[in-house]
Design a protein around this ligand. Structure first.
Ligand code: AKG
Ligand code: FE2
Length: 204
């Protein structure tokens, strides 16, 4: 068995080695009781919507619920739809402040997704909209049920799968959005709801 020469520092994120991308993983960044408290508050209070998008000439409801919060000027385009942010709630601004401190980056908006069960997911995509700039830092917090988060190189090659649990925080940065796609696959497993928050900085 190979031993780790360095003691894991609980405060230090794990760096996932992506060729042409950077990903930080902060396991259990929020302690599980606190993460569950945030989950419950957000599930009840977020202004959940189920937007429709165009896929191959047809309108479809996205397979999850979604909401967009942020500063007034952080307007976002996603799958040919414009999203105007709802003003920050108390919980969301407190999470934003904590995550800004932790990740030493600033954010002016957050996309919140609710995966109601295993039938909800998000297909392969990159968060590479022009409003996010060339090298976006995207901080992604997971609350509630565990789900598999996958990444695969745009040019083809091996994919990477991470199980994201209640309270885990990942940060995608550098060229990750330029070179990699990510997804949360649907699953037939009987699982409960999960909320994911991706904090972003929108240039307008
Ligand atoms: O739910 C997740 O972990 C990812 C969500 C995502 O990729 C997005 O909102 O752009
Ligand atoms: Fe994404």
């Amino acid at each position: 068995m190979q031993c780790n020469l360095f003691e894991q520092d609980a405060d230090k994120p794990q760096s996932i080695d992506l060729k042409g991308g950077e990903l930080e993983l902060h396991r259990g960044w929020l302690e599980s009781d606190l993460a569950t408290e945030y989950f419950n508050k957000l599930a009840a209070e977020v202004d959940w919507q189920q937007p429709e998008i165009w896929v191959a000439g047809q309108r479809h409801k996205i397979p999850r619920l979604q909401a967009w919060y942020g500063d007034e000027n952080s307007v976002m385009e996603y799958s040919a739809t414009r999203f105007y942010p709802t003003p920050w709630s108390k919980e969301l601004i407190s999470l934003k402040d904590l995550i800004e401190n932790k990740t030493e980056s600033s954010y002016n908006s957050v996309l919140v997704n609710l995966y109601r069960n295993g039938a909800d997911g998000v297909g392969w995509h990159a968060d590479d909209e022009k409003e996010l700039g060339g090298c976006p830092v995207i901080a992604s917090l997971s609350l509630g049920a565990s789900r598999s988060f996958s990444l695969k190189p745009k040019r083809g090659g091996k994919s990477i799968k991470l199980e994201l649990n209640n309270g885990d925080l990942i940060v995608m940065k550098g060229d990750t959005q330029r070179n990699w796609l990510h997804a949360v696959a649907k699953t037939s497993k009987k699982i409960g709801p999960r909320i994911n928050l991706t904090f972003r900085y929108i240039f307008s």
